[in-house]
Design a protein. Structure first.
Length: 79
């Protein structure tokens, strides 16, 4: 998964950058088209989705912090 996301960033980053320097309106229009897909949802569904994204992002940051600071080891998963 790490290799796939790294490869996608390596290939898509320069491509989006080239489009941004050539025609920033094209990039902004694509972002606006993507945003329109998400914001046509009902308010409650959007709120639940946003809450879930924030919660999971916080948990990922918490677990990553534990791994970096030595609070989580490979063996603690199997106790």
């Amino acid at each position: 998964m790490f290799a796939l996301t790294g490869f996608m960033g390596f290939t898509l980053g320069p491509m989006v950058g080239a489009y941004w320097t050539a025609a920033p309106a094209v990039v902004m229009q694509a972002l606006a088209g993507l945003g329109a897909v998400f914001f046509q949802m009902p308010a409650l569904s959007l709120a639940v989705s946003a809450m879930f994204v924030l919660l999971m992002s916080g948990l990922i940051l918490f677990e990553t912090s534990r791994i970096v600071n030595g609070g989580e080891t490979y063996h603690s998963f199997f106790r």
